[in-house]
Ligand binder design. Structure first.
Ligand code: ATP
Ligand code: MG
Length: 343
């Protein structure tokens, strides 16, 4: 830096002070080097960190991919480890749930197919056997021949019923069944059921007791389907009761629910079997029930139909004393009510 020395207007000279700025440059260079070093350092640290992080993120994802591929190949016992409680953890849980559901679905389908083929084979064996007996004339009297023809007829009927029931159930499960909703008088439904079943009850010496409240509100439902529900329940009650009473009741509970009850004094159902009776093909005392003509689809259909009407079905039973089925239907006051209830 320099400064001129002046006197009035004339210039005498000047003073210059000189100093090397190398020192400043040096420290600047030092700072720059440090900055570059720090930059590189930070870059590598970040790189390392990212690599570790992405590895820890992608490892479970890769595991899940492997597991998903295994599941797709049919190894449904495969499970993913649920490590953390974050999104990855919940994805792992979802994959495990999916595998579990698939397994349950596969098992029930297998069991279902095994059941169907068994149920179809049994009547077919009878048909084949008795047809052969008739064809080869292996009977002693006309009476005997008629007996065999009766069996053939009965088994054909049973096969038909079985196939109908199966296709009904399949339709209901796929939601392909269309109900014909109308305002229905439950009293008429029950009376029609009783007129169809009373002969059978009389033959078995059973007393039928009816207790239907007057002036029950109309139900918004499919009359034929409602009849199917009660026909199944009353037929069961008669079929599984050897002596005593079958009682059918209907009453209004709290203005909101029509409660129907089908009760019998029959053989009952053991408590540990109660949870299963609504399953397809489930029968208590398998062979004995078959003698009675049942295939174990009745209650599965009943339950589906009750649900399609927005109702609930409950069962209680005491072995040796009797069984009581209760079906509750909600009372819909207007059509709009029904649509809201159906949502
Ligand atoms: P289906 O109704 O298809 O002809 P099913 O009567 O055997 O055959 P469900 O109606 O589904 O089948 O009933 C399932 C099982 O529950 C029956 O096999 C029977 O063992 C038992 N069960 C049903 N209702 C009664 C009842 N009222 N008393 C005693 N056991 C019953
Ligand atoms: Mg039945």
């Amino acid at each position: 830096t320099g400064t001129p020395i002046m006197d009035q207007q004339s210039f005498y000279g000047g003073v210059f002070v000189l100093s090397s700025i190398e020192g400043i440059y040096q420290s600047l260079r030092g700072v720059r080097n440090l900055l570059i070093l720090a930059g590189f350092g930070a870059f590598f640290i970040a790189l390392g960190f990212t690599m570790v992080l992405s590895r820890s993120l992608s490892r479970p994802l890769l595991q899940m991919e492997t597991a998903a591929r295994k599941i797709a190949k049919g190894h449904l016992e495969t499970r993913v480890e649920v490590g953390t409680a974050d999104e990855i953890g919940s994805l792992a849980m979802a994959i495990n749930d999916l595998a579990r559901d698939l397994k349950r679905y596969r098992d029930t389908r297998r069991e279902f197919l095994a059941n169907i083929s068994h149920e179809l084979r049994t009547p077919l064996t009878y048909l084949e056997g008795y047809a052969k007996v008739l064809k080869e004339g292996l009977y002693q009297s006309l009476e005997e021949r008629d007996k065999y023809l009766d069996i053939i007829q009965k088994e054909t009927k049973r096969l038909n019923q079985l196939i109908n029931d199966l296709s009904e159930l399949a339709k209901m499960e796929e939601g392909r069944i269309s109900l014909n909703f109308q305002w229905v008088d439950i009293m008429e439904v029950l009376e029609s059921v009783l007129s169809k079943t009373s002969l059978k009850a009389k033959e078995k010496g059973l007393r039928i007791q009816v207790d239907i409240e007057d002036d029950l509100p109309l139900l918004y439902g499919d009359g034929l389907r409602l009849e199917q529900i009660f026909l199944n329940l009353v037929e069961n009650a008669i079929r599984y009761t050897d002596a005593g009473t079958v009682s059918v009741q209907a009453k209004l509970v709290g203005q909101k629910i029509i409660k129907t009850i089908v009760e019998d004094t029959g053989r009952g159902i053991p408590e540990d079997e109660l949870p299963y009776i609504f399953e397809r093909f489930y029968r208590v005392e398998k062979s004995r029930s078959r003698q009675h003509g049942g295939s174990g689809l009745g209650l599965a259909i009943v339950k589906k139909l009750v649900e399609l009407h927005g109702g609930v079905i409950m069962v209680s039973s005491q072995p040796g004393k009797g069984t009581r089925f209760e079906v509750d239907f909600p009372v819909k006051v207007t059509l709009q009510d029904h649509e809201e209830g159906g949502k």
